[in-house]
Ligand binder design. Structure first.
Ligand SMILES: Cc1cc2nc3c(=O)[nH]c(=O)nc-3n(C[C@H](O)[C@H](O)[C@H](O)COP(=O)(O)OP(=O)(O)OC[C@H]3O[C@@H](n4cnc5c(N)ncnc54)[C@H](O)[C@@H]3O)c2cc1C
Length: 373
């Protein structure tokens, strides 16, 4: 038992950190998750997630949570349309990998953990070593100690600095996320066009993906090649609703009316430059005590292949398996085994994502052409 009498600290209560906690706790390990959100009710921004059969669902199955995922998630089809709102393909709801709201996924995972597992309102700031243990520093709370630290605090993780010299890279695109609280009234045209499915449309190198029912709210992403600052199309201030609406109205001026009504009906926006953490160099930093990273903290990538959370949940399963297989003499050796596997499959996922990113933002790209329709 590598983890017997060891205190494991996970930084970040995203889907990946919580899945890791669940797997370890189920196995009898002592694990605490430190999360910067104030409480479990804090709203998580972003579209729904679908767990893939060969990765996210495998982790959920090992954690005993697959039935809960299927009970709470919603099978959705795809409606493919052109930039004038002409629909050319509708697929049946996909019950093999249904869509789940991010807060619902967090609830499933939290309910599977013992009550005190997650400590809220703890923003990690730095790591130190004292008397053979990690000392975890927080911006807003007293230090904690642990024998093994797992960084699961997402794409901007500062824990990366303790394992690698590499920095996050811009991949060249930009995503604007928006939401409409009452789409049936606010933008009925686009709501009807979706037909209850996830709608995907492209034109002039711009892609729009809309989910009409993300726990009752319509949420969507727009993506395009990032404009240079100072050019006429440079990005707006995202705190200014009118400016974002005007920016999107201009950018999508040649698109059909239903799409324009979507932007006008939106009540909030979030701008996101696309970034990745490159895995093309081995990590060289000496780690004095057991420490590793999982999820976006280690292989941040844009969402153009739907691989982010799935790769992260796979990390949790692979790391858990390495730690508990009985095949490694030390935690460090188990971590090494996990990282070797992770570098390989996460690089594959990043490569698929990069290819999609380039292809999807070509001016002449359309899903119609891509799928030979
Ligand atoms: C627009 C968009 C669409 C996407 N669509 C998909 C998709 O369809 N399919 C898919 O597989 N993936 C998708 N992704 C990617 C997916 O959201 C991520 O891969 C996934 O959320 C990563 O999970 P995580 O637990 O590693 O990190 P996160 O979900 O980022 O969670 C990290 C947690 O750590 C906490 N935290 C951060 N900093 C600190 C700190 N200093 N101290 C303590 N806690 C901290 C955060 O509050 C958060 O709770 C999408 C991403 C975006 C942006």
């Amino acid at each position: 038992m590598l983890l017997a009498n060891k205190k494991v600290a996970i930084i970040g209560a995203g889907p990946v950190g919580l899945m890791m906690a669940r797997l370890l706790q189920q196995h009898g390990s002592k694990v605490t998750v430190y999360e910067r959100d104030l409480n479990p009710q804090s709203r998580i921004w972003g579209g729904t997630l679908d767990l893939h059969e060969d990765s996210g669902q495998k982790a959920a199955q090992t954690a005993g949570l697959l039935a809960e995922y299927f009970a709470m998630a919603k099978p959705m089809g795809r409606t493919l349309a052109d930039d004038q709102g002409q629909v050319y393909l509708i697929t049946a709801p996909n019950s093999n990998s249904p869509e789940i709201n991010r807060n619902d996924l967090r609830t499933i995972l939290l309910n599977s953990l013992t009550k005190e597992t997650v400590v809220w309102d703890r923003k990690f700031s730095a790591l130190g070593v004292e008397k053979g243990r990690w000392v975890i520093h927080f911006e807003n709370a007293p230090d904690e100690v642990a024998d093994f630290v797992i960084g699961a605090n997402g794409g901007l993780s500062r824990l990366r600095d303790y394992v690698s010299d590499a920095g996050v890279e811009d991949t060249g695109s930009y995503i604007i996320q928006g939401e409409v609280l009452h789409p049936q009234n606010g933008c009925p045209g686009i709501y009807e066009l979706c037909q209850g499915n996830i709608l995907m449309a492209t034109g002039q190198g711009q892609t729009l993906v809309i989910n009409p029912d993300n726990a009752g709210v319509m949420s969507y992403n727009v993506s395009f090649t990032r404009p240079q600052n100072g050019t006429p199309n440079s990005l707006p201030d995202f705190n200014d609703l009118n400016r974002v609406q005007a920016f999107l109205g201009e950018k999508f001026s040649s698109w059909g009316e239903p799409y324009k009504s979507l932007f006008r009906a939106s009540s909030s926006f979030w701008g996101l430059p696309t970034r990745k953490f490159p895995l093309n160099q081995p990590w060289k930093r000496h780690r004095p005590l057991p420490l590793t990273l999982i999820g976006d903290a280690v292989h941040l990538m844009p969402p153009f292949a739907g691989q982010g959370v799935n790769t992260g949940l796979r990390d949790a399963l692979v790391l858990f398996t390495s730690l508990t297989s009985g095949q490694h003499p030390t935690i460090a050796a188990a971590i090494d085994d996990y990282e070797q596997q992770m570098f390989s499959y996460a690089t594959e996922a990043q490569t698929e994502t990069s290819i999609n990113e380039v292809v999807m933002h070509q001016p002449d790209f359309s899903f119609k052409k891509r799928f030979g329709l």
